[in-house]
Design a protein around this ligand. Structure first.
Ligand code: PMP
Length: 357
């Protein structure tokens, strides 16, 4: 049997592990921060009609510039953004990959602040970009001073923040982003995959875009928008950034079906986002109940909760799994992460946790 090690793979990929969230189908799936609410039936019908129209011209390549979709995304984001500020790809993972292809790569580095989204460093290695890990402050926060010190020390070609941060849920202040931007003349990315779950009125890094052409805000339809299976991520930035990404994207990377589905879904933003408030309520319920049970949930602006005080995380993970509930063991000592689900799913998780106590 040939093993990976027998292949003439790139030296820098030898010994690496792929992204590894287990894909187990059980009764209650709260492990990958999806929106577990199904999309409303009337919206699904509209998406199907849009797909049906798109399939009639599927013999042709899709619009390489996905102009209608960029218009829809700009309309959704607001903040005075237009089509020229928007770029999209098959999930925000692909967005981040294209950014690293264009602005990172061999001989270049990207600075991140673990614990953070595991794909940031995995995409870095896939694109040959050196991953540099900086320390956070206490409570997983990043002050402007901490960010600036790390940038001065490491002189990275890209700085990546995650706000709110996965897996901790920690929000990031705009002051930190501004200070980081001013401390470098390179690219600054803010991964806002979970932005819609932040408290109403919290400012997004989108407000910082005017006058900051090296700032990129990435978003996704996978989380709040309940569209993970469609694979649609996007970014907002200066139009020159999208010009850079055109140099590395594959031609026609967004299929006609993806474009048609996403445009139809964005026509129904309000209905698609209708469950966000309820998800935030379930998240707050998790924080409250886990605290009562003696765990230490971290403050979160996202649709998930990281909680400490778990004596044996892998044992708790397995016990829940035996009950048909999957959450996430990220290898952070004493911690587990759970996504907020529907009321019933959240109750099932909390009851199982109470039974452990
Ligand atoms: N960024 C963060 C912080 C995430 O947690 C995720 C998904 N887990 C992504 C990006 C990627 O999401 P997608 O590719 O589905 O847009």
């Amino acid at each position: 049997m040939t093993s990976l090690d027998d292949l003439p793979i790139r030296d820098d990929l030898r010994g690496m592990s792929p992204y590894g969230a287990p894909q187990k189908h059980v009764r209650v799936e709260l492990n990958v921060n999806e929106n577990t609410h199904p999309i409303p039936e009337p919206v699904a019908q509209d998406i199907i009609e849009s797909l049906a129209r798109a399939i009639l011209t599927i013999n042709r390549y899709p619009d390489r510039e996905f102009s209608q979709l960029r218009d829809s995304l700009a309309g959704y984001l607001g903040h005075g953004l237009t089509r020229d500020n928007i770029w999209a790809a098959n999930g925000s993972n692909e967005i981040l990959q294209q950014i690293m292809q264009a602005f990172g790569g061999p001989g270049r580095s990207i600075l991140g602040f673990p614990p953070t989204y595991s794909m940031h460093s995995i995409i870095a290695s896939g694109t040959g970009t050196r991953w540099v890990a900086a320390e956070r402050d206490a409570e997983f926060e990043i002050s402007p001073r901490t960010a600036v010190a790390a940038i001065r020390e490491h002189q990275p070609d890209i700085v990546i923040f995650c706000s709110p941060n996965n897996p901790t849920g920690t929000p990031l202040s705009l002051e930190t982003i501004e200070a980081a931007y001013d401390a470098t003349d390179k690219i600054v990315i803010v991964d806002e995959a979970y932005a819609e779950f932040a408290p109403a009125g919290s400012p997004s890094a989108l407000t910082l875009l005017p006058g900051r052409p090296r700032l990129i805000v990435s978003r996704t339809m996978s989380k709040a928008f309940a569209f993970a299976g469609a694979r649609l991520g996007y970014l907002a930035a200066d139009p020159s950034v999208t010009d850079a990404l055109r140099l590395v994207r594959l031609p026609y990377h967004l299929s006609s079906l993806t474009q048609a589905a996403a445009v139809a879904a964005l026509d129904h933003s309000a209905e698609m986002l209708a469950m966000v408030d309820d998800i935030a309520k379930q998240r707050d319920r998790i924080v409250e109940r886990l605290t009562e049970l003696g765990y230490h949930p971290w403050p979160t602006w996202s649709n998930f909760v990281l909680f400490g005080g778990v004596e044996n995380p892998s044992e708790v993970f397995e016990t829940l799994l035996e009950k048909g509930i999957i959450i996430r063991d990220l290898g952070i000592p004493g911690h587990l992460r759970v996504s907020a689900g529907t009321r019933a799913e959240t109750t099932a998780f909390l009851d199982a946790m109470a039974a452990l106590a």
